[in-house]
Design a binder for this molecule. Structure first.
Ligand code: ASP
Length: 500
């Protein structure tokens, strides 16, 4: 008997679900750690208390359910203390105890759940490998096929306005939800202190990256001094600017000269999209290993102290994905919501498992052109631009996170400060690269703009990985949405093709 063939997007979703189960089954034991010292390593399990000692004086005590905090704290403790004073006292429930002297590392005990991750890493690298040349080639072709500067400005203007609108709605929704639920007012003082200490080192390293948003610098920096340096560094906005300029001005020179160049980039762009189609065959396995590793490694204990905050962000993300976007889809196009989402399955699975809109871009491009009926000249213009400047999920997350941190610190943000959050979050979303974890770093700028202590990011780092996966999903869905909306407004939207 011949078994029915499972469609690729369903295979990917099955990979995702199985990854969750596999990761949960082979999850890292939260009650086991390996303590490494100059004289070797020892497995420590079922401790009741772990006390970090500096010069024999207790510095901080962690309890049995605080594995993540212990590991995070140990990193800063080891790097900032003299080796002779890096000692740890472990107490067990039966009253016995042991001191480990001169510790060099504290780690989780790895399981098969995380060991398969290199397969997923190769998948992400393959997609990232495609993303920059694809943005370059497709934008050159896209801008050239819009034929003149006026057309580019018209579509560019529509695209940017649409993205600004969705970002402002997302941030406002985030602020409203955070004001209604008030997640920061329910955090016990003890949890706050613990999180601030445990994640202080990681917070410091992010703050040291010293990101800032200055509108004038921001605009100036869109123009690359050296486009090859921008390409090498993966600076999306300067690449977008450079590619649009080439595309537009290629149309102004004799066709005999411009056509071979356009054909060349068209060939690259089509070749890359074809390559994505092939790479997607390993997606079910890659997604499986990525999700399994994340679930296996995720410190669920940390989730307990940040549950209300996590739920608040997720409610916001669900709102924009399943209420705002369908509403806009209905207003601006005739596409059925069910059909639109059914074309987005692959995009959602890849965004969720890679946490990167840039890595997802090649897939979004393939789906928009093949399934959503968007012509290449619009998809190749709107999507790279969207991937770069449009991050609704991230913007919403930042609004909630800023409110949460303010609430925990006891700050009452007035309406002017909340409007400042809206403006800074829009700029932050535009100005940052579509790569994992960047939303947490640009959050620092938002906190600074309203005077919330930036060290406060230590409070939320523990769940950032999980929320990064979740926020990347609306980031990419909004790109597909913009694509169909702009195509429709230009009268260029073809029929939708559900995957066969
Ligand atoms: N991971 C997000 C993206 O690539 C950015 C972020 O929120 O950190 O879209």
């Amino acid at each position: 008997m011949k078994l029915p063939r499972v469609k690729l997007h369903n295979q990917i979703l099955i990979g995702l679900l199985l990854g969750v189960f596999f990761g949960a089954i082979f999850s890292i034991n939260p009650h086991k750690i390996v303590i490494r010292t100059a004289s070797g390593e020892e497995l420590v399990s079922n401790w009741s208390e772990i006390t970090f000692l500096k010069d024999s004086m207790p510095q901080i005590v962690f309890y049995s359910n605080e594995q993540t905090q212990i590991i995070k704290f140990s990193k800063g403790f080891i790097s900032s203390s003299e080796h002779f004073s890096r000692n740890v006292l472990v107490k067990y429930p039966d009253g016995s105890s042991k001191v480990f002297y001169q510790i060099t590392a504290i780690d989780k005990v790895k399981t098969i759940g995380v060991m398969l991750k290199p397969i997923g890493d190769i998948f992400i690298r393959l997609l990232n490998m495609i993303a920059i040349p694809l943005v370059l080639a497709s934008l050159i072709v896209g801008a050239a096929s819009l034929s003149d500067l006026k057309n580019v400005a018209k579509i560019g203007g529509k695209t940017i306005s649409f993205y600004l609108m969705t970002a402002i709605i997302a941030i406002t929704a985030g602020l409203v939800i955070a004001n209604l639920i008030q997640p920061g007012h329910f955090m016990p003082e003890e949890n706050k202190e613990k999180l601030l200490v445990a994640f202080q080192e990681e917070a410091r390293s992010k703050i040291e990256q010293n990101v800032s948003i200055n509108v004038v610098d921001f605009i100036v920096n869109i123009v690359p001094r050296n486009p090859f340096a921008a390409i090498a560094n993966g600076d999306f906005l300067p690449i977008v600017f450079f590619s649009i300029m080439i595309g537009v001005f290629l149309t102004q020179i004799p066709q005999k000269k411009s056509q071979p160049v356009i054909n060349f980039f068209e060939g690259i762009s089509e070749g890359l999209i074809f390559m994505v189609g092939k790479i997607m065959y390993i997606a079910p396995y890659a997604v499986f290993t990525l999700i399994a590793a994340t679930v296996a490694e995720f410190g669920f204990n940390i989730l307990q102290s940040l549950l209300l905050y996590t739920i608040t962000v997720i409610i916001g993300l669900l709102f924009i994905t399943f209420i705002e976007y369908p509403t806009l889809l209905k207003i601006f196009t005739k596409i059925k919501v069910k059909d639109f989402f059914s074309t987005q399955k692959k995009v959602i699975a890849v965004a969720f498992s890679t946490s990167s809109s840039a890595a997802t871009l090649p897939v979004t491009m393939e789906i928009c052109e093949k399934n959503l009926g968007v012509p290449n000249k619009i998809a190749s213009f709107v999507l790279p631009l969207g991937t770069t400047i449009n991050m609704d999920g991230t913007a919403l997350y930042q609004a909630v996170a800023a409110m949460f941190i303010a609430q925990v610190y006891g700050f009452d943000l007035n309406i002017t400060q909340q409007i400042t959050i809206v403006i800074t979050a829009v700029l932050a979303a535009i100005g940052t690269a579509p790569v994992p974890g960047i939303g947490l770093i640009t959050l620092i700028v938002i906190l600074r703009s309203v005077g919330i202590p930036e060290e406060g990011i230590a409070l939320i780092i523990g769940v950032d990985r999980l929320l990064d996966m979740c926020r990347t999903v609306p980031n990419v869905i909004a790109d597909s949405l913009a694509c169909v909306v702009i195509a429709k407004s230009e009268g260029e939207l073809g029929p939708i093709k559900l995957e066969t």
